[in-house]
Design a protein around this ligand. Sequence first.
Ligand code: NOJ
Length: 588
Amino acid sequence: MNPLKWWQTAVFYQIYPRSFADGNGDGIGDFKGIIEKLDYLADLGVDALWLSPHFPSPNWDCGYDISDYCNVAPEYGTLDDFKLFLDESHKRNIRVILDLVLNHTSDEHEWFVESKSSRDNPKADWYVWLDSPRFEGEGSGVRVPPNNWQSCFDGDAWTYAPERDQYYYHYFMKQQPDLNWHNPKVKEAMWDAIRFWLDLGVDGYRLDALGTIYEDPKLTPHNVPMNLAELRRFSDLAKTPKELKLKDKYWHDMFKNQWAQGGLHELMKELRAILDQYDGDRMLVGEDDNIDYMGNGEDELHLVFNFPLMQTERITPAHIRKNQTERLKQLESLHLGNKWPCNTLGNHDCSRIHTRYGDKLHDAELARLHAALALTMKGTPFLYNGEEIGMTDYLLTDISQVKDTMGSWYYHTIVTEMGVHPEEAMIRTAEMTRDKNRTPMQWSRNSNAGFSAEGVTTWLPVNPNYKDGINVKDQLQSSYSLLNYYKHLLTVRKNSPALVHGEYIPVHNAAKDYFAFLRVTEEQKVLVILNFSNERLEFDFSRVKEIKSHTLQPLFSSADHSKKEQNLKTLATNPFEVFIAEVTSVHA
Ligand code: NOJ
């Protein structure tokens, strides 16, 4: 077997910089704050950081609308602060990958400002511009966009610019115009920006929304009988299986011509070739679940996320098994070397794991099962800041608090255009906006959860449950806390080669209440049992061919920390227990 690359053995941790740690007391996270927490991250046991965008931005999309690709947002610090952060991370053997937003820039980026200024400026063709001479009715003066495409965030995907008497296209907000990737100059400029950070020593990139980079050149309209706001509202109210199915179909059909179009593989190859010119195994992970973007295994992205694992209401043993079978089979079909999976259960775009996969009765137990799942499945795990202390969604109650502009757009649209009562609109908005899962990290039970100093108004409200033990400091002091559980699991993983790179062999595949599997290398065999039920379960693994006539040396148990050697025939787990054991030969 080829020696493993760092990104295959690493556990990644996503930092959402605005909400991680406020070092200068302005209510917004920054590099000073992150640097102060690097020892915490080293102690937690993570090996690499994915930093959500840290570039200057007017923040229409919380940093995913970049106005300068080669600088640092002033609220986060300076370029020197970034360099210090990178250096301090590396000193602790923690790698750093950045967020790479290729599809669009901010409308305040100088490229767009120039492009918009006239039809014949040097950057006129850097964005996706189209004429639309059509009007709603003769003499009405109301213009009609080039087609009915929708932005996934704020209504029409086309915005009229009087300076050019043309429309520009935006898959996301109107403040996020799409770049024209058919223009070689755009590529050159973006590749320069990428080199800028690679030259500084960053270890790779997470590629934002890569599927949106190209559009159907024929501009084929969608055929969904509603616009974005109506579809969101339809989705909010959908209840019956028929409505739920239709909702999924509509979402797919509305955007299918704006996604995954030709040209992406060639582009990913170009990008990969740039990274490969650098030493140190720089890596790319795509915000996409399509394994095709790994190319032949060596010429496109190193990793893509296993999003299907998290696209479910509940994580059940049957769901995990099906997901793993399908995913690993697809990966096997890659021709060359790298077939490495990449698993995650949460990020800054979705409801927090603790809330989303909880059942409101056993949330704490389920959170432990989910953590164990992410850290024992085959592949590179990505954790999201705050999950290690069990941070939960925090629903805002007042529209003036909402920072995620797709949320405020939705609120105002359904109130003004659909007549939805503001109270109901606020409830829907709080649930759909991503603010709920981006609240400040909870460091202690001091005011503002120790994220900002006392008396500071934080950019998003702090979830008050930091007072109930959902904070780092309290959890560090309690040996049974979720945080210490994560730390323990991370250590077990690090010390067990089979958990890092062993083959995955599911066992007892018909079991409804538990998920059991082996991870196997030449040197080690590990059995993992995740008891998803509220019952004590007894097992007999003695007939599993890979391990029969063996015995079990416990490596980890979420229930009984003193477990001694176990017999395959008479094994038992407590309700919701996570049990991990090395399989050793009886006479070893
Ligand atoms: C995906 C990012 O994760 C999300 O936060 C952002 O809004 C969109 N891409 C647009 O960049």
